[in-house]
Design a protein around this ligand. Sequence first.
Ligand code: GDD
Ligand code: MN
Length: 246
Amino acid sequence: MAAASRNRARDKYSVLLPTYNERENLPLIVWLLVRSFQESGSNFEIIVIDDGSPDGTREVAEQLEKIYGSDKILLRPRAKKLGLGTAYIHGMQHATGNFIIIMDADLSHHPKFIPEFIRKQKEGNFDIVSGTRYKGNGGVYGWDLKRKIISRGANFVTQVLLRPGASDLTGSFRLYRKEVLQKLMEKCVSKGYVFQMEMIVRARQLGYTIGEVPISFVDRVYGESKLGGNEIVSFLKGLLTLFATT
Ligand code: GDD
Ligand code: MN
């Protein structure tokens, strides 16, 4: 067997799925993920990090664990809503793969892009592959003008202040080498949505290589976004802190 295919056979992808009130979305995203990994013959596990969702997401996750098996669906819940950034850290501590995929559970990130992430990673031996809405065929569908301006604005201001050299700084659909993600998490101070931006900025500082794959981000159909005014304020604070300290 050639070295490359031996490596391929050993690679394992751990998907981190943070959930807060995603009862309607979880079965479909999990089904799509399982299908995608099975089609491409990749070894995988899905780690669901539910933060005590009042809508019963956890019970749905328990059903899925029964259906797909506890080696494929790992439930690593927390008692209450502690934020996205720390949900990833919590999930990663339980990951057994050598690659970690971070994505949203609300179907805004389609699992069909994962094989492209994997191909891209192998092509350039990248440390990180970042999905981008702001390059090539990438795009955003279903957002109102206000939300588009917030996202574009956050990207633009960060590009100007920090020049991180990636086109989508606030997106969260990414693949990381596990040890790279671990290092980045040690360095990152933010806890909320600003986490994604800080991760990619720190990645550049540490000299990690980043490949990009255009993705389409489709706004959720079920449930609602947890991004509120508080997150925008903490994004700005995080950005200024990074600007001042890096
Ligand atoms: N466990 C946990 N705890 N999960 C959470 C929390 C939390 O405190 N807050 C949100 N989530 C989960 C949601 O259930 C969903 O799976 C994912 O995190 C993203 O949350 P959304 O509320 O759907 O985010 P969004 O659509 O507004 O924001 C998306 O775009 C942002 C900007 O481009 C996400 O991709 C963000 O990560 C991204 O920064
Ligand atoms: Mn969403």
